[in-house]
Design a protein around this ligand. Sequence first.
Ligand code: GLU
Length: 376
Amino acid sequence: MTGLATAKRIVVKVGSALLVGPQGADRAWLAAFCADVARMRARGQQVLIVSSGAGALGRRRLSLPKRALTLPEKQAAAAAGQSALMRAWEEALEPFGIHAAQILLTRDDTEVRRRWLNARATMETLLALGVAPVVNENDTVVTEEIRYGDNDRLAARVAQMIGADVLVLLSDVDGLYTADPRHDPSAEHLARVTRLTPEIEAMAGGANAGAGVGTGGMATKLAAARIAAAAGCTTVITLGSRPAPLQAVEDGERATVIEASTTPAAAYKSWIAGSLAPAGALVVDEGAAAAVRRGKSLLAAGVRHTEGRFDKGDAVVIRDEAGHEIARGLVRYEAEDAQKICGLKSAAIEPVLGYTSGPLVHADDLALAAHARAQA
Ligand code: GLU
C-alpha cells in the first residue's frame, strides 16, 4: 500500500530528465502524465506538481555552449526556460480543463515563517480553486550557497508546508536498492522502509548517491524522504518514465515507500508547540480559554490584551488571566493591530483595521499545552 489512492493531498516531483527530451519539452510524456493527474483530481484528490526543467529548457532555448555554465549563465537559462516550462505545463493541463499556476520559491521562503505562511496560503487557495500549482526553485535570485539546488528537497518542504500525505518522487530508478543496481547484480529492491535507519541511509550513499540523472541522486531523495517523514508525509520513489507513473504505482508497479513517522497535523502542531520561540502573548478570558481547550479558534472577542511585539505569523503564547499557559499558536495579526481588536466581535474588525485576517489564531495553527489537553 502506497497510500496514493486514498491520499487527500499529493505532491509529485517531476525531474528534468522526464520532461525535457531532445526536441525540448516532451509533450507526449506530459500529456500522459497530466491525464494521470486529472484522474486523481476527478477522485477528489489535490495534486501539486514540483517541476524541474527550467535550466535544461533554457539552455537549449538560448543555445548555450556544452561546457559547464557560469552561475549567471545558469540563471539566465533558468529564466528563459521557466516560461517555456510553464507553457508546456499549461498546454498539457488545458485539455483536462485544469489551469496551471506558477510558484517560484527559494529556501528562504520555506524557512522564514512569514513568507512560509504567505506561500502556504497561496498554495492552499490555488488548490481550493482547483488550479494545479507548478512549483520550481526561483533560480534567478538564488546563489549557490542558498540554493536548494535539487527539487527533491524543495518538494519535501512544499509537502511539509501544505500538509501533504504523500510525496511522489518520480525518478529514473524504480526505488531504493541495497546497492547500485547498475553495477551490482545482487542489489535488492526495497519495497517498503518503515524507518530511515543509518543502514538505509548508507545504502543511498557511496556509489549509489548519484544514481539517476538530474541534480538529485538517491542521497537527496532520502534527504527529502527524511524531511517528509518528520512532517507526516509518506514518500514514494518510483520510475517516472512510464506514461502514467501514478497509475502504475497504484497498479502495483515497483516503488519504494518510505513511511511517515507521524501525521501531518501532529507534526505541524508539535512544530508550533516546540520549535518556535514565542514573540508575545495573548491573554484571554474564561470563555475563550474554554473554547481554545475544545480545539476552537481564538477570536478577538475573547482576548483581553496582548503582550510583546509580534508580527503576523509569529508564535505567541495564549494565557488565561491567572497566567496559565493554555496553548501556543501562530497569530494572524501584528501586535499593534491585535491590540486594537481585543474584545471586538469578528464583524467589527474590518471597520477598525480596514482588513480582516479572521480569528486572531486559527484552530489549525494552535497547539494545546499538555495540561490543557488533559482538561479538554
Ligand atoms: N530548478 C532546476 C530547474 O528547473 C532543477 C533542479 C533539479 O534538477 O532538481 O532547472
